[in-house]
Design a protein around this ligand. Sequence first.
Ligand code: CMP
Length: 142
Amino acid sequence: AIERTLSIIKPDAVAKNVIGQIYSRFEGAGLQIVAAKMKHLSKAEAEGFYAEHKERGFFADLVAFMTSGPVIVQVLEGEGAVLKHRDIMGATNPKNAAAGTIRADFASSIDENAVHGSDSEASAAREIAYFFSATEIAPRTR
Ligand code: CMP
């Protein structure tokens, strides 16, 4: 089924100047970018986005990292987009990420891991609504 998923290019990847290379991975996998914005997240925005992790030991570091510089947030659309996006990102920890995945090629650690992607269709719906209103999403066909 055609799905949408929420993708973030994190501050480390923006700083490395690999936004275009990561966009090429999305497009090469058949995912279309149907919404996008650059943003420097506030602490409150990052905490709200990652609220499900607030009891985890890494939460404070995660919020500090995600607010350390601008990110690019996008909605990707395509056949099986949620899983397809997770496949091309690779494992959360780049040490475990398969060769040729975005994290294997651009991430340096589990904390600075280049990209985020929704982990389910339910998360995607919540995460897309967190960053985009319906009028900011522009599919090629309607
Ligand atoms: P992300 O997909 O953005 O979701 C939460 C982030 O927390 C994750 O990517 C990692 O960058 C970061 N993180 C740090 N430590 C861990 C951990 N032990 N398990 C999962 N995520 C972690």
